[in-house]
Design a protein around this ligand. Structure first.
Ligand code: PMP
Length: 354
């Protein structure tokens, strides 16, 4: 029996994807060669890259709207730098909702003026700031759709007429949004898409070419667009597994289908957090993430008993991030509803034991 994997990332992937991926490592495409020992320019791999790119556009409803899909390396952290390098001419606006947003701000400051339009740092990022204004002359507005560490999620995005950039690392492909409102979306693969090593960038080509500075080739989006993500050797395994996961999602019914499942999982767990007198939620209710639920024991003396219970129920990866404490249940697309039920049962068992 596999464990109930609530890990925050890298995280659970569909079992059938892991099966297909392991077969491809031994013999890909029935060519008697491994996926990871063939050229990235070989026909079978070029077809993988193309399929992955098309699936991204199809699932996000962005076909024929001027978007390019890139699979890069360096993680979402590299995108903190690349977005600013390519787009920040004079001034950029950032919403500070957590550790990752703060890291993005830090990188952007190297390239120009950064206006922090609002921040929830005053309360250890346990809510999403609202009612702020974005300077109309900002080159772009940057937000983080889901704050993996703190467990908050933007339910609504501010209207900004200019260029909208969003770090969707931990909730891309989990809920329907009007993705065409964003000009640049980026996400590390290692949550809802695939293994660590690939970073997805979906970019509207017409926002590029507007800064004066010279951009090193490998950090320039135009280089990667021109070379169809093959400027240098792409992370072939990570791209392949991402393609399989996107195909899995499409066959299930795409984002509208998985969104309903994700809402059910989150509703089940948050209802128990609110009902069970031994537990409390950590963030503002209206900003709760459907992907990462953070919660804590009311009485920390119960920690070792609770930890023993969930570990013996086969649950993995429930400890909260060190900067928040408590627990974090990450419920990415591939986590079945049943795993959340097992966690809820354990929380009720603890209640019965006191
Ligand atoms: N942004 C968010 C929202 C994240 O959750 C993470 C990683 N957990 C990052 C950025 C950084 O991603 P990476 O480790 O791929 O650089």
């Amino acid at each position: 029996m596999k464990k109930h994997n609530f890990s925050a990332g890298p995280c659970i992937l569909p079992q059938e994807v892991l099966q297909q991926a392991s077969e491809a490592v031994l013999n890909f495409n029935n060519d008697d060669l491994s996926l990871i020992e063939i050229s990235h320019r070989s026909k079978p791999f070029v077809a993988v890259m193309e399929k992955a790119r098309n699936l991204v556009l199809e699932l996000l409803n962005l076909e024929n709207k001027g978007y390019q899909v890139l699979f890069l390396q360096g993680g979402a952290s590299m995108q903190f730098l690349m977005t600013a390098y390519n787009l920040l001419d004079k001034k950029a606006a950032y919403l500070n909702t957590g550790t990752w947003a703060s890291n993005a701000i830090k990188e952007a400051k190297m390239f120009g003026e950064v206006v922090e339009v609002a921040s929830s740092k005053d309360q250890n990022f346990n809510y999403i700031p609202k009612n702020y204004s974005i300077p109309s002359d900002a080159d772009y507005f940057h937000s983080t759709s889901n704050n993996t560490i703190f467990g908050t999620q933007l339910k609504e995005f501010p209207e900004f007429e200019g260029v909208n950039v969003c770090d969707m690392s931990s909730d891309i492909f989990s809920r329907m949004l009007d993705f065409s409102k964003f000009d640049l979306i980026y996400a590390g693969a290692q949550k809802n898409m695939g293994p660590a090593g690939a970073t997805l960038v979906v970019i509207k080509e017409d926002i590029l070419g507007k800064v004066e500075r010279e951009i090193p080739s490998i950090l320039n989006y135009q280089t990667h667009i021109g070379k169809e993500s093959m400027f240098n050797t792409p992370p072939v395994f990570a791209v392949y597994v991402s393609m399989l996961t996107l195909e899995w999602l499409k066959n299930l019914g795409g984002i509208p289908f998985i969104e309903k499942v994700n809402e059910k999982k989150a509703a089940l767990l948050y209802a128990e957090i609110d009902r069970n007198p031994l537990f409390k939620g950590i963030v503002a209710k209206e900003d709760r993430s459907t992907m990462n639920a953070t919660f804590a024991l009311v009485d920390e003396n119960m920690t070792s008993v609770f930890d023993g219970l969930w570990k013996s129920a086969g649950i993995n990866g429930l400890n909260g991030h060190r900067s928040v404490g408590g627990y974090r249940a990450s419920m990415y697309n591939a986590l079945p509803l049943y795993s959340v039920q097992v966690l809820v049962d354990v929380m009720q068992e603890l209640e019965r034991n006191v």
